[in-house]
Write a protein that binds this ligand. Structure first.
Ligand code: SF4
Length: 315
């Protein structure tokens, strides 16, 4: 069951943030004309689970079909393209000779290339590092999609046998303007909105100190949470399923910046806290080592405090 407990003023504030991003997508859609030269996009999948490209397939406004028909020319993506082998690699490197936007999901392995290579070209295995550096210095813009690409994420989690690093780090000597869209996965609108901005204005949207678009990452989940009033009143859930503030269960909403509470997921139907699970901080730079355990019972100082508070209320 979805819980929405917020004052009309809070609702209005949330809607306003969502509206700004949606207007951008509308503007983009209305400007796109069939037959107009589409921007070339390369979407590279490195060390990760391919969750971000799958998430993009869930985009509905615009959906993938509209996106491909009117707005972009997706020249390379190993999950979606029909070409394979040398033909696919040739397409990748031919696109790199022209103007293109590069989206990358997954981290970059620094150890043996057996951990991640993108394919064989002209008889030679191309490692993830080689590919990202080659394409990264030629791309007009680079977007790191998802937490692995942005911070290393699960791919770089302890003990990190593949020596995975973020795309930002892999490109640090080449460029400092990589746009970060952390999230495990990244929301389709975060990518589509960023792409829309790049195409409409020819420049990045306003970014914060971690290169995340403020449009989507300007506030913490806690700032906009539908359960915030319970937090203020110190009414804390002690077990999963209780529809109050989940900070005592380890909710990472206070440290995680995304617009999940207003945007919601799966065709704008729901989001983790709305579905009664604490935020696990999947878009935070320390995820997952620093944000786990994802659910905890009465272990931290905060939860002990929360427990005392609840006991007082029950007496
Ligand atoms: S701690 Fe979590 S559940 Fe509680 S108000 Fe903040 S984001 Fe919502």
């Amino acid at each position: 069951m979805k819980v929405t407990i917020a004052s009309p003023r809070e609702e209005k504030r949330r809607e306003k943030g969502k509206e700004a991003a949606n207007n951008l997508l509308e503007q983009w859609k209305s400007k796109a004309r069939e037959g107009e030269k589409k921007k070339k996009l390369i979407w590279l999948e490195l060390t990760g689970c391919a969750g971000n490209i799958i998430s993009l397939l869930n985009g509905i406004d615009p959906g993938l079909e509209e996106l491909l028909q009117k707005q972009i020319d997706l020249c390379y993506n190993n999950s979606l393209m029909t070409a394979e082998g040398d033909q696919a690699m040739k397409q990748l490197f031919t696109t790199a000779d022209d103007e293109f936007i590069l989206a990358v999901e997954g981290a970059v392995t620094t150890k043996d290339e057996q951990y991640n290579s993108i394919g064989r070209y002209q008889g030679r295995l191309i490692s993830a590092m080689e590919a990202i550096q080659y394409l990264g210095q030629r791309a007009k813009s680079v977007i790191a999609v998802g937490t692995c690409a942005t911070y290393g994420g699960i791919s770089a989690a302890h003990p990190n046998p593949s020596g995975s690093i973020s795309v930002i780090k892999a490109l640090q000597n080449i460029r400092s303007d990589v746009i970060s869209l952390p999230g495990c996965p990244s929301h389709p609108d975060w990518f589509l909105g960023t792409l829309a901005y790049l195409i409409l204005y020819g420049t990045s949207p306003t970014l914060d100190s971690e290169n995340r678009p403020i449009l989507f990452y300007g506030l913490t989940i806690h700032d906009n949470c539908t359960r915030r009033s319970f937090f203020e009143k110190r009414i804390f859930a002690r077990q999963l399923g209780e529809q109050t503030c989940m900070i005592a269960l380890g909710c990472r909403g206070p440290i995680t910046r995304t617009d999940c509470p207003t945007r919601e997921w799966n065709s704008y139907l729901n989001w983790p806290i709305g579905a009664n699970t604490p935020c696990i901080g999947c878009a935070h730079r320390t995820f997952p080592d620093g944000t786990s355990p994802f659910v905890q019972y009465e272990r931290s100082a905060t939860s002990t405090e929360a427990s005392k508070e609840n006991n007082k209320r029950r007496k």
